[in-house]
Write a protein of this length. Structure first.
Length: 78
């Protein structure tokens, strides 16, 4: 994604048991961006730490996020 006015991006990011202090942190993501062409990316993996996740940063590889909305939802396991 570049910085032209008609380019955009969106996606979802799922963390599994981010507050757990017993297990490593698995995640899956699906992102989509549009510039000269439409691109989709599917990524999954884990962070090799048993520490609870207490924050997430969203950063661009260069420049900044000029405008947009980031929404955070939580789902409690039963």
């Amino acid at each position: 994604m570049s910085n032209a006015n008609d380019e955009c991006g969106s996606g979802t990011l799922f963390f599994f048991s981010p507050a757990s202090t017993t297990f490593v942190k698995h995640f899956i993501s699906n992102t989509s961006s549009a510039n000269a062409e439409e691109k989709n990316a599917y990524v999954a993996g884990y962070m090799n730490t048993t520490s609870a996740i207490t924050g997430i940063d969203f950063k661009m590889s260069s420049g900044n996020i000029d405008s947009g909305t980031i929404k955070l939802y939580g789902i409690k396991d039963s």
